[in-house]
Design a protein around this ligand. Structure first.
Ligand code: NDP
Length: 247
């Protein structure tokens, strides 16, 4: 499997799952644009980890929830590299709370980042990919988008929205050589899940047939497959990477 010569943009590539995706794609030969919003040090660490083993990467700051920032960033990326071959819509946040107590801001922040961000970034690369007649768009949803979760109505709605979005755009772009797929992680060890109490973590482990949380690299492998030529005839699909938690 080689991604040599490909230009890949990974939103939220600076930490956690996004970092592992950046490292994997760069390891396969892609030039990786590592997006971040607020933590330049983490993004730089990701870039360094790639460059130190001979890979190509650069950090680009933009907020996936802000249309103007995305337009400017993708213009800059396209001016510099002339193309974008792979887009991984990975950036995501949680603002958990039970429905009865959920504030409008919690809803809006999660929907704007996790769902509108996917729409805006996909739109921003679609014209260039259509001209190239080649593209790979990979959206990171979640087991929660399929199964739901108490305390995460906003997050589940956004992640379920990604599922319908992915299938619709896959139908629109298939004839142009562009595939649009998703990866649905279960519980993965990152900053997002690190603060869960031991009690909650043990409860979650009890729901996972494999009995352990996943690693960011488990997700990177699925993304690499969908980005590769091996997946050229796969579109509108989701790979569940969750230790058997949801089938
Ligand atoms: P982390 O919290 O570890 O990292 C989040 C990343 O997203 C960071 O790089 C962060 O950048 C970036 N980010 C957040 N908001 C924005 C924004 N507005 N614009 C651009 N970048 C942004 O998350 P994970 O690695 O755990 O999660 C990655 C994806 O996987 C998310 O979509 C998440 O919902 C999904 N997922 C995660 C699971 C898990 O168990 N961890 C399970 C299922 C799905 P910065 O460093 O600048 O803050």
């Amino acid at each position: 499997m080689s991604l040599s010569g490909k230009i890949a943009v990974v939103t939220g590539g600076s930490r956690g799952i996004g970092r592992a995706i950046c490292q994997r794609l760069a390891g396969l030969g892609a030039t990786v644009i590592v997006n971040y919003v607020s933590n330049p040090a983490a993004a730089e660490e990701t870039v360094q980890s790639i460059q130190s083993v001979g890979g190509k990467a650069e950090a680009v700051q933009f907020n996936v929830a802000v249309a103007g920032e995305i337009e400017a960033a993708f213009k800059q990326i396209l001016d510099l590299h002339g193309r974008v071959d792979i887009l991984v819509n990975n950036a995501g946040i949680t603002r958990d709370g039970l429905l009865m107590k959920m504030k409008d801001e919690q809803w809006d922040e999660v929907l704007n980042t996790n769902l509108k961000g996917v729409f805006l970034c996909t739109k921003a690369v679609s014209r260039a990919m259509m001209k190239q007649r080649w593209g790979r768009i990979i959206n990171i949803t979640s087991v929660i988008g399929f199964a739901g979760n108490a305390g995460q109505a906003n997050y589940a709605a956004a992640k379920a929205g990604i599922i319908g979005f992915t299938k619709s755009v896959a139908k629109e772009l298939a004839s142009r050589g562009i595939t649009v797929n998703g990866v649905a992680p279960g519980y993965i060890v990152t900053d997002m899940t690190r603060d869960l109490s031991e009690e909650v973590t043990n409860t979650i482990k009890g729901e996972i047939p494999m009995g352990v949380l996943g690693e960011a690299d488990d997700i990177a492998g699925a993304v690499a497959y969908l980005a590769s030529d091996d997946a050229r005839y796969v579109t509108g699909q989701f790979i569940h990477v969750n230790g058997g938690m949801f089938m």
